[in-house]
Write a protein that binds this ligand. Structure first.
Ligand code: URP
Length: 379
């Protein structure tokens, strides 16, 4: 269940990705493991993020967990059986997190269902639940049992507003209470990620949830490509931002190890990145609008969940093809220490950017381009 020792899968050493074990990369569990083995920088070694000892503040070490998993049964099974099976599958992993003393745990995007938004079939909306529905109740019990904050990204049915559907994260406090929700801000329009067929851009802004263990926020999946989204959670004071995701190798794997680390550095907080694992095959084939043949799966969800820290360090990632629980201890004092060191907040020139953005939003905006007059003379 935990991450591997980072060595190539036996018998797969040095093989190209095409012939390696299902989903491995050159015989390594993940891209992080490949980099770790071949570059061996200190920065790839941390499972514990420490901070300098302070005289006037106690250390604020929290234990944080991330769960990545494949679906439990085929997507052709009865919906009720799929929901039941995924809960049964995830429970022992949450139990393991609880037994390990995890304080804050985050699950993957839309964890209660297959990531069926590639299909554009509306029947998958049946998986949507009210914020206080079945999956939340299931997690509330576990949160209370283990005195653990749990972040539950799920498909929400807003019964009070015309039964609308949202991609939502429910934040459950360590007493089993619902602290609040955040709805995904940026909805992808790329590849087979046809999520805009199902739900709209979120209306909850950039909430930071003050929990018993620290200030946390949730930047759901595609929001990780938007630096201002990361910034806004930082401006509201987040110390840990989770990025529960569902993304496939062909589309985003080269970006995956970079974006979260960059966000952690630029915004001086910790980031917990989570991705699904495996290939989910759907009953009916669909097309991607690119002239290529129809297909019945999204591609390979490459896992590779990991933590990034404000000092540019990060953990190795979990496997790109197996379920996993990543646990890391982090001293949240590091956020302020790095703020003091680098002064990114103080040097940020927010006013200058606010003026540019407000000009940009006007219909008569003209980009600030100064042309070389000689170019015009020549043409
Ligand atoms: N779930 C989701 O938003 N995926 C979009 C693809 C990506 O951002 O890599």
């Amino acid at each position: 269940m935990a991450s591997s020792n980072g060595k190539p899968v036996p018998g797969e050493e040095g093989k190209t990705p095409a012939v390696a074990a299902e989903g491995s990369i050159g015989g390594y569990e993940s891209l992080h493991r490949l980099l770790e083995a071949n570059l061996s920088p200190e920065l790839f070694k941390a499972f514990r993020f420490s901070a300098d000892k302070e005289f006037l503040r106690q250390a604020r070490v929290v234990r944080v967990g991330l769960i990545q998993n494949s679906i439990a049964v085929p997507t052709t099974c009865h919906f009720a059986d799929q929901k039941k099976a995924i809960m049964e599958k995830i429970k022992p992993i949450i139990d393991a997190a609880g037994a390990s003393g995890v304080n804050i745990l985050c699950l993957q995007e839309a964890w209660t269902m297959p990531f069926a938004f590639c299909t554009r079939e509306k029947r998958w909306c049946e998986f949507a639940e009210p914020v206080d529905g079945e999956s939340t109740q299931f997690l509330q019990e576990l949160a209370q049992k283990y005195n653990m904050v749990i972040v539950s990204p799920m498909l929400e049915r807003d019964v009070n507003h015309g039964e609308t559907v949202w991609n939502t994260a429910v934040v459950i406090g360590n007493s089993g209470n619902i602290i609040g929700i955040h709805r995904k801000n940026h909805i992808p329009r790329v590849g087979d990620f046809n999520e805009s067929t199902y739900y709209m851009e979120g209306d909850t802004g950039h909430p930071v949830f003050e929990t018993a263990y620290g200030k946390i926020a949730v930047n759901i999946c595609y929001g990780r490509h938007h630096p201002l989204n990361w910034l806004a959670f930082g401006l509201n004071g987040a110390e840990i931002v989770f990025n529960p995701s569902a993304t496939v190798g062909e589309l985003s794997e080269p970006m995956w190890p970079i974006e979260a680390r960059n966000a952690a550095i630029a915004n001086t907080y910790f980031v917990g990145s989570i991705n699904r694992v495996g290939t989910e095959v759907f009953p009916n084939p669909f097309t991607s609008g690119d002239g290529k043949p129809q297909h019945a799966d999204f591609g390979h969800f490459y896992g590779s969940s990991h933590f990034s820290a404000p000092d540019a360090s990060c953990t190795p990632s979990l496997s790109r093809y197996r379920d996993g629980l990543m646990i890391s201890d982090m001293d949240l004092n590091l956020c302020r220490q790095i703020k003091d060191k680098w002064a990114f907040r103080m040097t940020a020139r927010y006013g200058m950017y606010a003026s540019l953005l407000s000009e940009y939003l006007k219909p008569d905006f003209k980009p600030q381009v100064i042309s070389d007059p000689l170019i015009k003379k020549r043409s």
